[in-house]
Ligand binder design. Structure first.
Ligand code: NAG
Ligand code: NAG
Ligand code: NAG
Ligand code: NAG
Ligand code: NAG
Ligand code: NAG
Ligand code: NAG
Ligand code: NAG
Length: 619
């Protein structure tokens, strides 16, 4: 009752005071948003540099308590103004941005933080160890050691088994394991790494499912059906699910062609373990998550360009590389990095507890932008790519620094994917959250388009090997008469540098679209309570949408989705357009700029036309 009167008084006061009071209220809210953001950014930064620091937990609690109280109070106040039509469109949009999403009590936020921290620990400190000492930087030596170990033991052993041993070598965290996954072409080594990594993730199953429960509670409190719906709300796109599937279907012909070609060459290389038709075993695809196949280019093409070697020859240090990335943006007419950037950024793994997941941070304070990236080996092409990407985020932070705080909210929300203290963030939900206009629309798009299986429909799989030469199957209609023969050396002649680079690019990027769709679809279903079995359903989706099978039978005790933390940057749906700030709906921005109002796969398809032609040429 007292509250109602208070609200009424506020309302009357604002009404009498007129616009200037409302204007002041928004000024204040925008300023306070920036202040809160600055506090949480610092806590997040410190906790990724020094995750164990107990001081941070107390600081995070104080922050969370204040923020919840502030947000609850502000949104109640704004609701009255909103419902009485006292806000103009800018203010309505800011209200929406502040007050949407899950609403948690303090206890729930603490629960999520604790669970989130557990999940982070499991992921970041995952170790894969062998009982011998090898030189860290020599991948050949590490690979050999694992090969010998695996051949000798004839079984896969849990890493903590040799904790007691003094001489052991451990790969720590995704960076180390991924590096070897990209490097090795030894099946037993890859399988062992793949399984050991996922063995670590088993423990994530329980905390993750608990977190889903709490998040659903918070989402329901604010009128959403489940947490999945609040994610979809975040990108504000109707029929998100349908649009994602449309994008997927549009690239499917290219993906299937790539899939078939890759499977063929993998079979040539690894033999029977790769089936002639159907899904490809996940561990052979050149990375830990089967989402980036660029490492396989050398299997497909007789000559390839070793960009890593070129970069190594330059003898660059991490700082060189970051300076070159800065040069690139300067050449586009964008500003240079700030003094704080050079002072505060971290470019090397100081010790094993630091969280190395590449991160660009906006500290919301006088030009304080930072980059966290651990260069721990010779600089390679991947480093070059990641640094350019991360610095792009910083350029974006700088471009938006003069926007009202509430319009900058989303930036923080999206890019600081290392928050172990933030109230609604978890490792699997850092991206791709679009919106539906209504639940009805969502319901009507529920049917998942049937994707024709990867078992057939691909001519490439019908090719046969004859005496070292590849010949088309004589059943093949098109070329039955031409009896065309070629081998890889023939291909060599016809392939240009551009072809190689484009194919590498396609191998790196195209598989990310089905991969991202699997993760999104999986989590939407998980939040909606629609999964029959937590782990098995993940692999069902992977098989159906990606054409990928696990490296070995996976039991329900596992949580293999949890091994795919990486999600954030690989989102197919409108993510880049998103990064234009939230002062306007992103579709309005797109419409203004291009006169297109829907996400379309056309530009992707146009871009990869040469690859499509190339693959058809060599198949
Ligand atoms: C918000 O911050 C700006 C700049 O820091 C300042 O000029 C303005 O007075 C502040 N407004 C309110 C209402 O606090
Ligand atoms: C973060 O770390 C810096 C440097 O160690 C320290 O000065 C600052 O007080 C820390 N901030 C928080 C919120 O703990
Ligand atoms: C809404 O009001 C604020 C404060 O008076 C003003 O800055 C803003 O431009 C207005 N927006 C629109 C769309 O009129
Ligand atoms: C928001 O504030 C109201 C009134 O003080 C309170 O009843 C409610 O529980 C609060 N909600 C949350 C999520 O803290
Ligand atoms: C790396 O290890 C391999 C195998 O142990 C060895 O042959 C090679 O010389 C080493 N390379 C370097 C640069 O030390
Ligand atoms: C890089 O270092 C190697 C070995 O020290 C040296 O031979 C080479 O000339 C250097 N390359 C450049 C571009 O400085
Ligand atoms: C790791 O390095 C950071 C930054 O220097 C430091 O604050 C932290 O205490 C170190 N952690 C350990 C376990 O040594
Ligand atoms: C885990 C690891 O190998 N860390 C190394 C990263 O690089 C620094 C600086 O060269 C070394 O001191 C660390 O031991």
């Amino acid at each position: 009752m007292a509250l109602k009167i208070l609200l009424l008084l506020t309302f009357l006061h604002l009404q009498n005071g007129g616009c200037s009071n409302i204007q002041n209220l928004f000024h204040r809210l925008n300023n306070e948003t920036i202040k809160f953001n600055a506090v949480v950014a610092e806590i997040a930064w410190n906790s990724s540099v020094n995750p164990g620091n107990p001081e941070l937990i107390g600081k995070a609690e104080i922050y969370q308590k204040q923020r919840i109280y502030w947000q609850n109070k502000s949104c109640r106040q704004l609701a009255i103004l909103y419902l009485n039509n006292l806000l103009n469109s800018t203010q309505r949009r800011q209200t929406y941005l502040l007050c949407r999403g899950a609403k948690y009590t303090f206890e729930e936020v603490r629960e999520i933080s604790v669970l989130y921290e557990q999940i982070q620990l499991i992921y970041n400190e995952a170790r894969v160890c062998i009982p011998m000492q090898v030189h860290y930087n020599n991948l050949t030596a590490v690979e050999d050691a694992i090969f010998v170990f695996v051949s000798k033991s004839q079984r896969f052993t849990a890493p903590n088994k040799f904790d007691a041993l003094e001489t052991k070598h451990c790969l720590v965290g995704e960076q180390d394991v991924e590096r070897l996954m990209k490097f090795s072409k030894k099946e037993s080594v890859l399988r062992w790494l793949w399984l050991e990594w996922r063995g670590n993730m088993k423990q994530m199953r329980l905390p993750y499912l608990q977190m889903v429960d709490v998040e659903n509670k918070g989402a329901k409190r604010n009128g959403y059906k489940d947490m999945g719906e609040t994610w979809r709300d975040e990108l504000e796109m109707t029929n998100l699910r349908k649009q994602c599937y449309q994008l997927y279907e549009a690239i499917l012909p290219l993906y299937k062609l790539l899939h078939g070609v890759v499977r063929y060459w993998l079979r040539e290389y690894y033999g029977e373990i790769v089936p002639k038709y159907g899904p490809i075993p996940a561990h052979l695809l050149g990375d830990l998550w089967s989402q980036d196949w660029a490492a396989l280019a050398e299997l497909i093409l007789p000559t390839t360009i070793n960009l890593d070697e070129r970069i190594k020859k330059l003898n660059w240090t991490a700082e060189h590389l970051v300076r070159r990335a800065e040069d690139f943006y300067l050449s586009l007419g964008l500003p240079s990095m700030t003094d704080s950037f050079w002072r505060e950024s971290i470019f090397s793994r100081l010790n094993n507890s630091i969280r190395c997941h590449g991160t660009a941070a906006d500290m919301f304070k006088n030009g304080d932008y930072r980059l966290l990236y651990c260069f721990n080996t010779t600089i390679n092409f991947e480093d070059l790519y990641v640094i350019h990407h991360e610095m792009g985020h910083i350029q974006y932070f700088m471009a938006y620094k003069n926007q009202p705080g509430l319009f900058q909210l989303l930036t923080r929300y999206k890019e600081q994917n290392i928050f172990n203290v933030k109230n609604s963030q978890n490792p699997l939900n850092t991206g791709n959250n679009l919106n539906e206009e209504s639940i009805q629309k969502y319901e009507s798009t529920k049917i998942i388009p049937t994707v024709s299986s990867f078992d057939n429909g691909n001519e490439y799989s019908e090719m046969k090997t004859m005496g070292g030469k590849i010949v088309r199957n004589s059943n093949d209609k098109e070329s039955a008469n031409s009896n065309k023969r070629f081998n890889r050396n023939d291909i060599d002649v016809k392939i240009s540098t551009d072809d190689i680079l484009m194919l590498k690019h396609a191998l790196g990027k195209i598989p990310q679209i089905p991969f991202a769709l699997v993760l999104e679809e999986y989590r939407w279903r998980l939040f909606a309570g629609g999964l029959g079995s937590i782990n098995n359903d993940f692999w069902k989706l992977s098989r159906e949408l990606q054409g990928i099978d696990p490296a070995a039978m996976r039991g329900e005790e596992n949580f293999d989705a949890g091994a795919n933390y990486h999600v954030a940057d690989n989102v197919p749906c409108a993510r880049d357009i998103m990064s234009r700030g939230s002062s306007q709906h992103w579709q309005d921005i797109l419409q203004e700029a291009t006169n297109i109002d829907a996400v379309s796969a056309n530009s992707i398809i146009n871009y990869y036309t040469p690859v499509y032609k190339l693959l058809n040429r060599i198949k």
